[in-house]
Write a protein that binds this ligand. Sequence first.
Ligand SMILES: [Fe+2]
Length: 307
Amino acid sequence: MAATAAVSPPCALVPCQGLRGALVSTRNFHATKNQRQRGRAVAAPISAKFDLKPPPYPLDALEPHMSQDTISYHWGKHHRGYVENLNMQIVGTDLDGMSLEDIIILSYNKGDILPAFNNAAQIWNHDFFWESMVPNGGGKPSGDLLGLIERDFGSFENFSVKFRSAASTQFGSGWVWLAYKANRLNVGNASNPRPSDEDKKLVVVKSPNAVNPLVWDYLPVLTIDVWEGPKCISFIFSQSRRADYVSMFMEKLVSWETVSARLEMAKAQVAEREREEEKRKYGEDNVNSSNEAVEMYLDSNIEDPAE
Ligand SMILES: [Fe+2]
């Protein structure tokens, strides 16, 4: 296993794990206690594991909209549990050493889900969720993000209705996403009020349990956790309160700055893919024309019976 340390960028604005292809692994590498005691010069085996990454703000920073108790419980217990379980689950397996995103795609297994999927995807989703919020957030986006929302949903208000509706109708626990869709794969509930042949568009999509849009090769830019939580915490994620929760999220907490940065990363990633695809096609064309040239050359060597 490579003993290089992954360096994460600041989390406040740019998603640390955000998008496939522009991915920064959450995998950190730790020397054991004995190795640390022996000092840095000792070349010793290294154990690898995923860390529980804290939200990019203090746990009380979203109050009064989301209480410290709620985040402490949701992040400090549930999110932590996914991290600890995944680390135990993958040690010594083929998944040990892979990025979180690769584990998600592999263990999704085209819908025939393998055991590691739930923990891996829940870690990714929760990191993405915490980073989707900011103190004094909410309101309305601006710039290219707003332009694309207006193009694909007619207006920001229409998008907001669509997003809230998806969140309130997700049965049980799951997630609602705003995602940049740059392929022709249509999953059942990906909705856009202005469907067109345009591949590159924003869609609202919901997913059950731990599923996230990475498995459909969509590029998520925003998510809300529609978690069915216990009644003892201060914000109850129950069906009856879900509409209030989604409104609070949209109006007070969404970090549109982060969403805009993710959208730019998504567009850049798609553009890079297209360049790679063009290069690949160009290479194939050259191989084909090179083969044709060889054939023409061989043909020209055939003696003309008329001579
Ligand atoms: Fe959750």
